[in-house]
Design a protein around this ligand. Structure first.
Ligand code: ATP
Ligand code: MG
Length: 220
């Protein structure tokens, strides 16, 4: 059984996340995708909705998909929460399941700035998906990946749909094209703060929830 783990701040969750997760699930035949909204950071910022609320929005957004699940593993944790810790816990909970960490090119390139990145790279297999403004060839700047430049270029050109490579840790990484939906949570927060419409960028239930709760209204 193969399961995708999709972590993020989901502040808020939007159609870019949802469609990418659905594409990965269907094309790779995954049994499910587990969304993991991050917990509260030690210092709160006005722009970041409370972990419980981001969890609620993720639940609302995924309720209609029987293959999507939301985990409270990070938002229920007290104190600092690190991805490597979460992934280790999940590996322990599901010892007989192949877990794949799904993330965009932007997030994968940010891993060197995370807590214990080498350990994270050693315990997980990865699926790296397209993200607007980033190219797969950018992955060559990652210290963790052994990849063929030509193959990454062909992915960027659309001549390849996916490309399977190895991490230096010897774990697997699959770079996979998904249709580019140029949507970001940052842009949704910016539009909300400016009093503009966020319709069709995210599910209507999440849009209504944001309006009802008054999230992201103040420009920071
Ligand atoms: P922010 O603008 O606040 O950073 P975001 O839209 O990037 O928000 P995150 O919660 O940071 O969303 O991202 C969680 C994961 O989803 C990351 O791995 C990111 O690369 C991926 N992701 C975000 N938006 C998209 C999108 N439009 N298409 C594909 N992947 C996405
Ligand atoms: Mg982001």
């Amino acid at each position: 059984m193969k399961v995708g783990i999709f972590g993020g701040t989901f502040n808020p969750i939007h159609y870019g996340h949802l469609r990418a997760a659905e594409e990965v699930r269907e094309r790779l035949g995954f049994s499910k995708i587990i969304f993991i909204p991050s917990g509260n950071p030690p210092i709160k910022t006005r722009e970041l909705a409370d972990a419980k609320e981001r969890y609620n929005m993720t639940e609302l957004a995924t309720a209609g998909n029987p293959f999507f699940e939301v985990s409270d593993i990070e938002f229920k944790r007290h104190g600092k929460s690190y991805t490597v810790q979460t992934m280790k816990e999940l590996c322990d909970i599901y010892p007989d399941i192949s877990l794949y960490f799904i993330l965009g090119v932007d997030a994968f390139l940010d891993i060197p700035n995370w807590w214990q990145p080498e350990r994270l790279i050693a315990i997980m297999d990865f699926i790296v998906i397209s993200r607007a403004s980033f190219r797969f060839i950018d992955l060559l700047s990652s210290p963790y990946i052994h990849a063929d430049r030509g193959a990454l270029e062909r992915l960027d050109e659309g001549e390849l749909e996916s490309y399977s490579a190895k991490l230096r840790s010897n774990r697997d990484i699959l770079a996979m094209r998904v249709p580019l939906l140029d949507i970001s949570s940052t842009e949704i927060r910016r539009l909300t703060a400016a009093g503009k419409s966020i319709k069709y960028l995210l599910p209507e239930v999440v849009e209504s929830f944001i309006i009802e709760k008054g999230f992201y209204k103040i420009e920071s």
